[in-house]
Design a protein around this ligand. Structure first.
Ligand code: ZN
Ligand code: FE
Ligand code: FE
Length: 287
């Protein structure tokens, strides 16, 4: 398809099968975990699996593939076991992505747990100063994701994401992933035209729109400012269709990947349904 819409796909049975799943659902772009998302240590990707993935992807017609870090990782955690494991797992992620030819890695900034947001943000900055130094073969970007700000999760405000980028020794290695469900739950109202304009104006002023390099397209079960992260099918939640219509018809984002993380349905039928709803929002003739 001639757009940048797609979905997160399972790698069950092999990394390359995610490519097939994306093509079958009618995707133009794809997001994957490069390993089992609930284990610290993934089975290393063999050279033949890497080659297979790269050739399958190259032949697929898909325009982009992005990786998402595993949920266990918390680079904002205080010194100790969780932090050590998180840094090791992220190092592995960057190395793996370099081998797979993936140059965007979406990550959650993490949770400061019992300390202040500032302390947590400083730890994230420090972790990436180390990681980018250690994995120079990763030539892509790390995309920090906007979050709903549940509990002590960092990333609820554009200011927090901007702080990480500004504090890094490698600011050019960072971009941002804008999750429509998370930003709404965090209090940014993109469901009205005025709210959308204001949200993007703030993003531009605080982070810069050139850094907005991926969208996660999810409706939200919970309301504006709820700080609760629950994804819903497109148009069936508190967001409605408006935010998706605004983004899809905003020429600034024409070539930015837009990825579903919505429920798959009992027979994996829902990605195609949600993609069709989204494609129906694209205005052919702007007034
Ligand atoms: Zn995410
Ligand atoms: Fe997301
Ligand atoms: Fe989420």
């Amino acid at each position: 398809m001639n757009d940048y819409l797609g979905a997160h796909m399972s790698i069950s049975g092999g990394l390359h099968l995610a490519v097939d799943r994306a093509v079958a659902a009618g995707c133009s772009v794809l997001q994957i975990f490069t390993r089992n998302s609930n284990q610290w240590k993934g089975k290393p990707v063999s050279e033949s699996d890497a080659v297979l993935f790269r050739s399958k992807f190259a032949a697929s017609g898909l325009r982009e593939v992005v990786s998402h870090d595993i949920y266990l990782i918390n680079l904002a955690a205080p010194p100790g076991d969780t932090r050590d494991k998180s840094i090791a797992a992220f190092r592995d992620e960057l190395e793996t992505c370099a081998r797979l030819g993936i140059n965007k890695v979406v990550m959650h900034p993490g949770s400061h747990l019992t300390e202040s947001p500032q302390t947590g943000l400083a730890r994230v900055i420090e972790a990436f100063d180390l990681l980018f130094n250690e994995v120079p073969q990763f030539e892509g970007k790390v995309l920090i994701e906007t979050t709903a700000g549940q509990g002590s999760n960092l990333g609820r405000t554009f200011e927090e994401l901007g702080t990480i980028i500004a504090g890094s020794r490698f600011p050019e290695k960072f971009a941002v992933c804008f999750d429509t469900c998370h930003t709404f739950a965090a209090g940014y109202d993109t469901s009205t035209e005025e709210g959308y304009r204001d949200t993007m104006e703030q993003f531009d002023r605080i982070i810069g729109l050139d850094r907005l390099q991926c969208f996660h397209f999810n409706d939200s079960k919970k309301g504006l400012g709820s700080r609760v992260d629950r994804h819903e099918h497109i148009g069936q939640g508190a967001l409605g269709l408006n935010p998706f219509r605004f983004i899809l018809n905003d020429s600034r984002f024409a070539t930015v990947p837009k990825i579903l993380e919505t429920p798959k349905g009992d027979n994996n039928e829902m990605d195609a349904v949600n993609l069709a709803v989204l494609r129906g929002l694209v205005l052919q003739h702007l007034p």
